[in-house]
Design a protein around this ligand. Sequence first.
Ligand SMILES: NC(=O)c1ccc[n+]([C@@H]2O[C@H](COP(=O)([O-])OP(=O)(O)OC[C@H]3O[C@@H](n4cnc5c(N)ncnc54)[C@H](OP(=O)(O)O)[C@@H]3O)[C@@H](O)[C@H]2O)c1
Length: 253
Amino acid sequence: MPRICFRCTASRNWRRARDRTSRDPGWHLGYRAGDSAPHGRQRPGGDRDGRGSGKLDAALAKLGDARGEVVDARDYEALQAFFASTGPVDHLVVTVTGAPGTTAFADLTMDGVREGVEGKLVPHTAAARAALPVLRGSLTFVTAASAGAATPGTAALAAVNAGIEAMVPVLAVELAPVRVNAVSPGVIDTPWWNFLDADAKAAAFEAMAAGLPARRVGTPDDIASAIAFLTENTHTTGVVLRVDDGARLASAA
Ligand SMILES: NC(=O)c1ccc[n+]([C@@H]2O[C@H](COP(=O)([O-])OP(=O)(O)OC[C@H]3O[C@@H](n4cnc5c(N)ncnc54)[C@H](OP(=O)(O)O)[C@@H]3O)[C@@H](O)[C@H]2O)c1
């Protein structure tokens, strides 16, 4: 049965997750048919020949035995058509974010709030809902530590991620025996941070790591191994697994 991930940002790490979780070689990667600007802000006009498919092709080349298809996770009808074509699905992992970054509450616009909801809460919900007729094993969302933090400038991000986390216990009961969990990352070194130039990013990571008990920002491997655990462990459901280098304990460090 296929295992589906929307969308894999680090194929090397996803291969590790897949190898840990299955003798079944096939992860089926869903990508959106569009482009995005730094910070996850989206630009219209992508298609099968656009940046999304180029990234998909690159990821597939690394994975070797996976299949992939370009799908816009904001497009519920496209998601329905996609899942109508897959047959039964073991595990669905949703990592999509188009949500904008931090904004002081005084500068927050209502368009920014809507973009946050449309960029993450809607795609996560839509992918889960569209997969429902074929999903057999588990559903894993990827949220963010902002949901439970009190970091100024993250009110909109926190609301979106807390909204997804709020669905986890509800769906764990409502969709049983399908298991429903989430991974909540702290700061992870991914292209999401590419709105900063290399020097600024290195300085920001160094400053953030200094305030963490584990003294480092996370890597995609850290998140992949958490997802592998949640898909593999058949006695775990309704859990939001925090993989944040102890960020919530930082004041005690
Ligand atoms: N990095 C961190 O520090 C961090 C911290 C906490 C939580 N997270 C969460 O971890 C997850 C992965 O984040 P990341 O750091 O890997 O972010 P990322 O590098 O920005 O990757 C997210 C990807 O989602 C894809 N996407 C956006 N809208 C989509 C849509 N409508 N349909 C299909 N794909 C879409 C984008 O694809 P394109 O590449 O084609 O634009 C983008 O590359 C997100 O949910 C994020 O909120 C990350």
